[in-house]
Structures are given as C-alpha cells and as structure tokens.
Design a protein around this ligand. Structure first.
Ligand code: 0GY
Length: 311
C-alpha cells in the first residue's frame, strides 16, 4: 500500500481561474495579499476527515505564481477549514516563501506550547476562529477563549469568520477577546440591504467601539449580487459591494486589509478572475494614501512588525 489517499472534489466545485488577466491597477511596491489559502496538494497534505468540502488542489507554487503575476510582494496564508487543525500545508508554504508569507493557523485546545512556538518560527502570527456553520462544527466558546489567551502571549491575533446575522449573538465573545481581532470579509454583510441599515451599522459600531478590531475588505465575489459584469467595458466588477468596502476603508484606514481569497473555496456560480479582483481595489481605496495603508502599511504592521516603518 502506498498510503496515498486520493480525493474527489465536491460536486459543482469550480476550480480556480487559470490565466488571470493582468490588472489595470498596479499595486504599490511591497503590497501584501493578506487573505489567501493553499489546498493540499491532497496527495502530499491530505484533507482533514472532518472537512465539509473537498477542494481542488491549489499548491504553494501556484499561489506564489499568482502573487508575482498580480504584482504582490507577500502573502498571508490563512488555514482553510478543509485542512482542519492540520496546518502542515500552510506551514510548508510559509517555510518555502523565503520570508514572504506569514500564516494564520487553526489550533485546538490540545496544542502544546512547543507546537505553538514551532508555528511561530514558521511564520504564523494568528489563529482563525470560524463561526460559519456550513464550514465547521461548533467549538465551545471557553475553548476558543483559552486558545486566545495563550496565543496573546505570542503577540498573535485572532481572525474571526462569521455571517452578519450572527454578530449580535457573538458580540460578547468577540468583544472579550484579549488580542487584535481581524474580521474576514467585513463580517459578510448582505449588500442588498441598505448600507445605513441596522445590519451594517452594527458592524461599523463593532469597529468604532473597539479599536482592536480590524477588517478585511475582501471577497466582493462572495458578497456581490450584481456579480462580475463590467460596466461599459470598464474593469468595474462587483460594484454593489463597493460602497460597503469603501465605507470601511475610509472610516478605519489604519485597520483594513485586503486579500484575493485565492483559490476561492466553495464558489459554484462563478469563479473570479483574480486580475479583476485587483481592479476592485482603487474603487474602495480611492487615494494612493489609502491604497498604501490597505496594501502595505497595515499588513506589514500586523504581520511583519519588525520590518514595518510604523511597527
Ligand atoms: C474564505 C471563505 C470560505 C471558506 C473558508 O476556510 C474555509 O474553508 O474560509 C467560504 O466558504 O466562505 O475566506 O475562504
């Protein structure tokens, strides 16, 4: 027996977009793609038994090729739920990056201090707590709070992923976290609702009242109802998400991050052209100063503080 497991993708799963276009927008020198993943390859890094989906392979070399094609300098590789708390694929990518990737891990209460230190040495700077029910099983809050207390000592932060309708119920837990807290994809607002309505206002209040809370203004392709259709030939996709992301960028310019979300797990309707996603950036960060904060200064402060001018 070779011991190698082969995996079959979840039905209807769309592979990542091969041959992405060259963005019209040139990201500033030193830009960081602060939300992306690696999947396997499954033959080398098997997917976790408890996963809720089986992805296509998306290797570190393919991620680094995309980084270079889009003009980014660095990546933050976020542990995807299909790998559970087995961080080996993410760690392997960080170690191979020659210092150009940091990681966000998933750990369980049973993780040892030595394992946390190993993750730190590999480039991990945060843990991800996922509250999206289609992606993970429930983890008791006391377990998560215990992990947060332990990783706080390493100077790490907590990345949280949740759906907008769950913020009220999660508020007390989130606001008790002892670290910097980074929200994935603006807390997944329903962009068909008014930007000044109760749902998005609660998210803005969350950031206003807690200056340890940051947000990724990522994933327009997940949030959009309008989809990727371009207006008049302009590279102007996902325009219904623009007011939401722009509001967050302009209100909290020092606490925002941006990422491709490559290889875009769980998309079944359309797979974005990552070049078009980069061209979303100047619509939400409309000055070069905002763009520099979003793409360089903020992620450097969080993930490479030792190299950051403002660290
Ligand atoms: C994302 C979004 C999703 C999936 C995951 O770890 C994951 O499986 O994050 C999703 O399905 O919405 O940020 O990649």
């Amino acid at each position: 027996m070779s011991g190698t497991t082969t995996f079959t993708k979840t039905p209807d799963w769309l592979d990542w977009y091969a041959g992405p276009s060259t963005p019209a927008f040139r990201v500033p020198a030193g830009a960081v793609d602060a939300h992306c993943h690696v999947f396997g390859p499954g033959a080398q890094f098997p997917f976790a038994p408890e996963r809720k989906y089986t992805p296509c392979d998306a290797s570190k070399d393919q991620l680094f090729a995309l980084r270079d094609h889009l003009g980014f300098a660095r990546n933050v590789i976020v542990q995807a739920t299909c790998h559970g708390a087995d961080n080996r694929a993410m760690v392997d990518a960080c170690l191979a990056s020659q210092g150009r990737a940091r990681g966000v891990a998933t750990v369980r209460r049973s993780v040892t201090d030595a394992e946390l230190e190993q993750l730190h040495a590999a480039g991990v700077r945060g843990v991800r707590f996922n509250f999206v029910r289609r992606l993970v099983d429930f983890t008791p809050r006391d377990e998560l709070m215990e992990i947060a207390g332990r990783i706080a000592g390493l100077g790490w932060h907590v990345v949280i992923y949740f759906e907008a309708q769950d913020l009220p119920e999660l508020w007390d837990f989130f606001t008790a976290l002892p670290t910097t807290v980074v929200v994935d994809h603006m807390g997944r607002p329903d962009v068909a609702l008014p930007i000044d309505g109760p749902q998005f206002s609660l998210f803005l209040k969350f950031m206003h009242e807690h200056d340890n809370v940051w947000s990724k203004v990522s994933c327009p392709e997940r949030l959009s109802r309008a989809g990727p259709s371009a207006l008049g030939g302009e590279r102007n996709a996902y325009r219904d998400v623009v007011p939401f992301a722009r509001r967050v960028v302009e209100t909290f310019p020092d606490r925002v991050l941006w990422g491709t979300d490559w290889p875009h797990p769980n998309l079944k309707d359309h797979m974005p052209d990552d070049g078009l996603l980069v061209d979303f950036i100047p619509h939400i960060a409309v000055t070069s100063e905002l763009q520099r904060g979003l793409l360089v200064d903020n992620p450097m402060r969080l993930y490479w503080p030792e190299e950051s001018a403002r660290g």
